[in-house]
Write a protein that binds this ligand. Structure first.
Ligand SMILES: [Zn+2]
Length: 210
């Protein structure tokens, strides 16, 4: 185990870019100390050129020392409000609209997440464009990929695209950390390492080795 962590820290030192995926194991409602976990991640990433993709909608990542400009949450943000009837693409901050009622059509507001009946995707699209531009710049560069606690609920956001990125970038190394779902496909087996451990505990352990 110790050796594996030393290897990761070595890759981290050499990496020009670090791509991070954050999944269900990091949900705030499942972790009493999620703030500590994000703080540990921020320390591990330091001043690296990183980008974070999260499938969580709890917005906990935005309350951490991590740079929000380097985060995209394609599944949405519960603390943002949208019209439940999707009559407008407007998105409001929590509490910005007094009665949580759409000022345009009178329908109740709802969280701006993919759980909404009609999800208004404009909320994350500007960040998504930043992310794809950033990702294009990782081509042929030393890239470290840390996939932390992502299951199979929405594999099209993190799991499958990350595998594709690692498959095509021969200078990349990937760690897929998940208590029960850490398996990696054979095609990227020489560059991707499964770590069968809870990713929140794992990142705290990694931080302690810095
Ligand atoms: Zn409305």
């Amino acid at each position: 185990m110790e050796r594996q962590e030393e290897q990761i820290l070595e890759y981290l030192t050499g990496a020009k870019k670090v791509l991070v995926g954050i999944g269900g194991e990091w949900r705030a409602d499942r972790n009493p100390d999620i703030t500590g976990a994000y703080r540990a991640l921020a320390k591990v990433l330091g001043d690296k050129d990183y980008f974070i993709v999260t499938t969580n909608t709890d917005a906990a990542v935005y309350k951490s020392p991590l740079n929000s400009e380097r985060v995209v949450a394609p599944c949405g943000n519960e603390t943002w409000r949208q019209c439940s009837a999707a009559c407008t693409k407007d998105i409001w901050e929590q509490g910005e609209i007094p009665d949580d009622i759409c000022p345009h059509c009178g329908a109740p507001l709802t969280g701006n997440t993919r759980e909404a009946e009609t999800y208004i995707e404009e909320g994350y699209l500007p960040q998504w464009q930043k992310y794809t531009a950033w990702l294009a710049m990782t081509m042929n560069r030393e890239l470290l990929v840390l996939e932390l606690g992502e299951g199979f609920k929405v594999p099209t956001v993190i799991r499958w695209p990350f595998e594709k990125t690692v498959y095509f970038n021969r200078k990349s190394h990937m760690y897929r950390v998940h208590q029960t779902l850490s398996q990696v496909t054979e095609e990227i087996g020489d560059r991707a390492v499964p770590v069968a451990e809870n990713s929140v505990e794992w990142i705290k352990r990694l931080e302690n080795m810095l």
